[in-house]
Design a binder for this molecule. Structure first.
Ligand SMILES: [Zn+2]
Length: 142
């Protein structure tokens, strides 16, 4: 396993604002499944480091970063993959997830204000709900 649980909830914003962003137990379980079914298989297939930009967010942190009110980040079911401006690499990860891995929602996201792009992916453990395989090729963050 190439990921640590800390990577899946670490947050600069939480640190700066003094928000305790430790996941509750159900969210922790979801993060482990997301890691086992999506992140680790992606990491192994790509054979390169996969940096998590944002993983679990407690409601307070989610509000602080402007996340949508029903965000799967708050359940530990979603992560944003940091692509460090390397669009080619990001598109490759996006395509690999879309074509080879289970997921609920896969979004190529862009923040026009900062110019940054990232890959949002969510996964629901099948016993807990349905994976819709919803792909959004471009979502502009407001
Ligand atoms: Zn996200």
């Amino acid at each position: 396993m190439h990921f640590s649980i800390e990577e899946l909830y670490a947050s600069q914003t939480a640190k700066a604002k003094g928000i305790d962003n430790k996941p509750d137990f159900p969210s922790l379980i979801n993060l482990v499944y997301l890691c086992a079914y999506v992140l680790e298989p992606l990491r192994v297939a790509m054979n390169e480091p996969i940096k998590i930009g944002s993983g679990y967010r407690c409601p307070k942190l989610n509000a602080a970063v402007g996340g949508v009110s029903n965000s799967q980040h708050m359940k530990g079911q979603a992560v944003d993959l940091c692509i460090d401006g390397d669009l080619k690499k990001g598109k490759k990860w996006f395509a690999y997830i879309r074509d080879h891995l289970p997921f609920d929602q896969l979004i190529w996201e862009h923040n026009p204000k900062t110019g940054s792009y990232w890959v949002h992916v969510s996964f629901v453990y099948p016993d807990f709900g349905k994976n819709r395989r919803n792909v959004i090729d471009l979502l502009e963050k407001k």
